[in-house]
Design a protein around this ligand. Sequence first.
Ligand SMILES: NC(=O)c1ccc[n+]([C@@H]2O[C@H](COP(=O)([O-])OP(=O)(O)OC[C@H]3O[C@@H](n4cnc5c(N)ncnc54)[C@H](O)[C@@H]3O)[C@@H](O)[C@H]2O)c1
Length: 251
Amino acid sequence: MGNLADRVALITGAGDGMGRQHAILMAERGADIVVNDVDGAKAEETAAEVRKTGRRVQVEVCDVSSVAAIGRMVANGIKALGRIDILVNNAGFGRRQQTHEVGEADFDQMFGVHVKGSFFCTQAVLPGMKERRRGKIVNISSIWGMTGANVSPHYCAAKAALLGATKAWAKELAPFNIHVNAVAPGGVLSGGPLKFYTPEQLQERASHVPLKRYCDPREISYAVAFLVSPEADFITGQVLSPNGGETIVGI
Ligand SMILES: NC(=O)c1ccc[n+]([C@@H]2O[C@H](COP(=O)([O-])OP(=O)(O)OC[C@H]3O[C@@H](n4cnc5c(N)ncnc54)[C@H](O)[C@@H]3O)[C@@H](O)[C@H]2O)c1
């Protein structure tokens, strides 16, 4: 049994990529998992992996940009597994568009999933965390939320917004012993990079990273699992960016 024994974690977008690996690693470390995804088949695949660890799992299929759906998801999760101690706001997607290509619907969906979804998932889990005076929340931002990029300005803005919310929540919720941090991954071999780039393009992009590679999704899970563990009880309002050294700057 690991250092997340008897915790219950809700991970959004856990049907694929990094979210799936977060779910499996946290279950290996002792947590029961609420697996959320908008894609039910993928969520079930993750749930099957989680069950292999012996931990309990509850699948909640919904789009986190709907506040009503979030309310049902959190209520069902608590009913099934008792409470929610850990929330990872991971659900998201990339979209390669330049500013002139971004329509109102694109913008609303980008902010709806990443910002509104994370905001209202957090709001929904807070009453129980405040009552128990214990909670861990990790918002999944991106290296692009810190550095920007020459594409996807709405994605960069949404991921930067999550950093602002992380810092505000860390201050607001510290009196309740609720820790809120962000993980801002660099290049990961999941989601957008696999969809948008050929293997040759990925290799070229990785050549600009000091460690010369993109990472396996599980390498991000180690950062997330650390931040939600008791080992990180003095860490709140911080941004941890596993990125192979891509954002090293001078003093
Ligand atoms: N892959 C990268 O290099 C990278 C880098 C930095 C940050 N990120 C961020 O990490 C997170 C995970 O990315 P990934 O690469 O694992 O992506 P992924 O596409 O492999 O997995 C994302 C999952 O989220 C689900 N999802 C999407 N919209 C949803 C919604 N509205 N409600 C519920 N579920 C939804 C998808 O169905 C999918 O299963 C995202 O927030 C992404 O922006 C990714």
